[in-house]
Design a protein around this ligand. Structure first.
Ligand code: FES
Length: 218
C-alpha cells in the first residue's frame, strides 16, 4: 500500500502542495514572532518606560507635587511615593512613569531601625530606603497600613515590613518587595543601581537579569 502511495502522482502532487503550504505557514509564524519580538517592550524601551536607572533623581509621585525632587527633609517613617526621573538623549528631563510598575516607596527610619533583609549599604546612612511599591502578588500599589503596621496591599491583603527589607509578613505575595539602591546627592536622592532582587512584574531573577541588560542597551 505504501509503495502505491509513494508512486501515485496525484498523492505526490498533494504532498508537495501540503509541504509548500506548511512551509509558507511556518515562514508566516516565524515572521510574526519576529515582528512581535521586535515590538516587545523590553526591547523597545522609551526613556519614560525604562526601569529606574543609575543616576536618576527621585521625584514625588503624589499628584500635588509630582515631578518635584524629593529631599531628605520630606522623608520619615511614613511612606513617600516616588518616580525615577532621568534624561533623554537631548538632555530633557523624563519622569519614568510611562511604566506604572516604576512606582517607588521611600522611608526614613531612625538609626538602627532598618534591618532584617534590608541591604543597609544600599540605603542612605543606613536609614533612608527605597523599594518597588508594586505588590509582588498581582501588581497593585502598596500604601502604608492605616494602623501603622508596615505596608498593606488593598487588593488581597498582602502585608510587607519596610523596616525588615520589604519582607512579606502576611497574605499571598510570593516574595518581598525589591529594594532599590540609592545615594544622597546634595539634598536630592539618586538611584545607585538596579533593584537588588526582581521587582514585579518579573517572576524570576533570570527574567529580571534579561530586562536589565535590555534596559542598558535600549
Ligand atoms: S496584589 Fe497585593 S496582595 Fe494581591
Amino acid at each position: 500500500m505504501t509503495r502505491y502511495k509513494l508512486n501515485d502522482p496525484e498523492l505526490t502532487r498533494r504532498r508537495f502542495i501540503n509541504m509548500a503550504m506548511g512551509t509558507t505557514a511556518t515562514v508566516g509564524v516565524v515572521s510574526l514572532l519576529g515582528t512581535l519580538g521586535g515590538a516587545h517592550p523590553v526591547f523597545r524601551l522609551t526613556e519614560d518606560k525604562k526601569p529606574p536607572m543609575e543616576g536618576d533623581i527621585l521625584v514625588h509621585a503624589d499628584e500635588a507635587k509630582e515631578g518635584v525632587p524629593i529631599t531628605m527633609a520630606d522623608l520619615s517613617d511614613t511612606q513617600v511615593t516616588a518616580w525615577p526621573m532621568g534624561t533623554d538623549a537631548d538632555g530633557n528631563q523624563i519622569i519614568r512613569k510611562g511604566e506604572p510598575n516604576n512606582l517607588l516607596a521611600l522611608y526614613k527610619f531612625a538609626s538602627g531601625e532598618l534591618g532584617g533583609e534590608a541591604n543597609v549599604e544600599a540605603a542612605i546612612d543606613g536609614q533612608v530606603v527605597a523599594y518597588s511599591d508594586i505588590c509582588t502578588h498581582a501588581g497593585c500599589p502598596v500604601p502604608d497600613a492605616k494602623d501603622g503596621t508596615g505596608m498593606f496591599c488593598p487588593c488581597h491583603s498582602g502585608q510587607y515590613d519596610p523596616k525588615q527589607g520589604g519582607i512579606v509578613v502576611g497574605g499571598p505575595p510570593p516574595h518581598k518587595l525589591a529594594q532599590l539602591p540609592i545615594v544622597a546627592d546634595g539634598d536630592n536622592i539618586k538611584v545607585a543601581g538596579f533593584f537588588l532582587t526582581h521587582p514585579y512584574p518579573y517572576t524570576e531573577d533570570a527574567s529580571w537579569e534579561a530586562a536589565k541588560e535590555a534596559a542598558k542597551g535600549a
